[in-house]
Design a protein. Sequence first.
Length: 83
Amino acid sequence: MSDVDYSKIKTRQEFCDFASALRLSLRDDSENWENVNLDDFLKALEAWVSDMGDHERSQGKQEAVSLTWRDIARMFHSAAIYE
């Protein structure tokens, strides 16, 4: 999972490349995933997005009003490992 990096994503294509890498990570490295089935993944995605504002504020950042491709990738990456 550590080789799947969302931090520099800016474009739709970069997000697609990230999604592909995330899928391959699940296939090849699922022991490092917390949420390997769709139901658990979507629950974690929902929980992480719900908690996202608190996370941003704890780091001294303002909560995002609109999302970037990187933000969306970050949500998916976090859902894979969020407990």
